[in-house]
Design a protein around this ligand. Structure first.
Ligand code: UDP
Ligand code: MG
Length: 319
């Protein structure tokens, strides 16, 4: 295909059970893009939806030359869906957008401007989170700080997946071989000139969030594990400290017995120490196990996602 036929901009939208909001999303994106005058394509990745989203997307893709529908073979999660979509984005830059319109497409113009000004990554930082409960906001706040403290790269706070990335960043991300795809971290890992723009995150336009606290917690741990081995060092540190404390306490008991002639007391403290140390050891083994498990998963070299079908009209030049 001729280079000139390629779109300037790709818009990547991961979709999981978003049938309710999809028509609105399509409408909004089309309107905004028409106003910018850029040529563009929208790549919808259907992440194994079971609510008819895929049917709708296939129909959309067959009706519009600049819509591409990538259907995964099952639900692989948002990270995998984004990874999959990046392989089909052919624009000079790609904007990643949530289907639920929490990331306003109206900001694309501003993002493109920053990109034209030289940024390879235009990251969008949430100034506030409308429609999210305060525990979610508070935990997100704490999480980003912990993550940043722990990991060896700088993952900026309150920046989600809403961002523009240039073609060479897309290429770099597609080339990363790892199976555990913590995209926020990977975006930060690739580097390149980055501009940050603040925005107000809207509440969901329709439908429901796919996240619950357990999923979020697992995801949070994934991020820490994927970008840091510091927890391993911590448990070694805790082990060292408790061993030292044990030694000192042992010496104190011996001295007390020898010098002051105290009888050796201590059934309760003994039990307390055994339980404490047992717990610490189990936690340490658990953390170690997490990393071993991750290594195991990576070593299997399974693909991150499987594509069931792609619908994109062949004449697909940008509209
Ligand atoms: N999503 C996905 N696969 C999943 C879960 C979510 O592709 O397994 C998509 C979802 O359709 C939406 C985006 O990821 O476009 C963000 O999901 P959601 O709005 O549920 O998350 P929240 O905004 O509540 O964090
Ligand atoms: Mg959302």
């Amino acid at each position: 295909m001729e280079n000139s036929a390629l779109p300037n901009l790709s818009i990547l939208v991961p979709v999981y059970n978003e049938r309710e909001v999809l028509p609105l999303a399509f409408e909004r994106i089309s309107q905004v893009m028409a106003a910018t005058g850029l040529s563009y394509e929208v790549v919808f990745v259907d992440d194994g939806s079971r609510d008819g989203s895929s049917l709708y997307l296939v129909q959309l893709a067959s009706e519009h030359a600049n819509i591409c529908s990538v259907q995964l073979s099952r639900n692989f999660g948002k990270e995998a869906a984004m990874s999959a979509g990046l392989h089909y984005c052919r624009g000079e830059a790609t904007v990643i957008l949530d289907a639920d319109l929490q990331d306003p497409p109206e900001l694309i113009g501003q993002m493109v401007e920053a990109w034209r000004a030289g940024a390879d990554v235009v990251a969008m930082r949430r100034k506030n989170r409308l429609g999210e409960t305060w525990p979610k906001r508070a935990s997100a706040h704490v999480y980003y700080r912990v993550l940043n403290y722990l990991s060896d790269i700088n993952i900026p706070a309150d920046i989600g997946d809403f961002r523009l990335i240039s073609a060479r960043v897309v290429k770099a991300l597609c080339a990363l071989p790892e199976r555990v795809r913590y995209m926020k971290g990977l975006f930060a890992w690739v580097g390149y000139p980055t501009t940050v723009i603040d925005y107000v995150r809207d509440p969901r336009a329709a439908g429901q969030t796919k996240w619950n606290y357990f999923r979020l917690l697992a995801f949070a741990w994934e991020g820490i594990c994927a970008f840091s081995v510091r927890p391993l060092r911590w448990v070694s540190g805790v082990g060292l400290l408790s061993a030292l404390a044990g030694l000192v306490y042992g010496a104190v008991i011996v001295l007390e017995a020898l010098v002051m002639g105290n009888p050796v007391p201590g059934y309760p403290s003994l039990i307390a120490f055994i339980i404490f140390l047992g717990g610490t050891q189990l936690i340490a083994t658990g953390i170690l196990g997490e990393y071993v498990g991750k290594t195991y998963l990576e070593s299997k070299q399974r693909p991150v996602f499987l594509v069931e079908r792609v619908v994109r009209s062949e004449a697909s030049s940008a509209s």
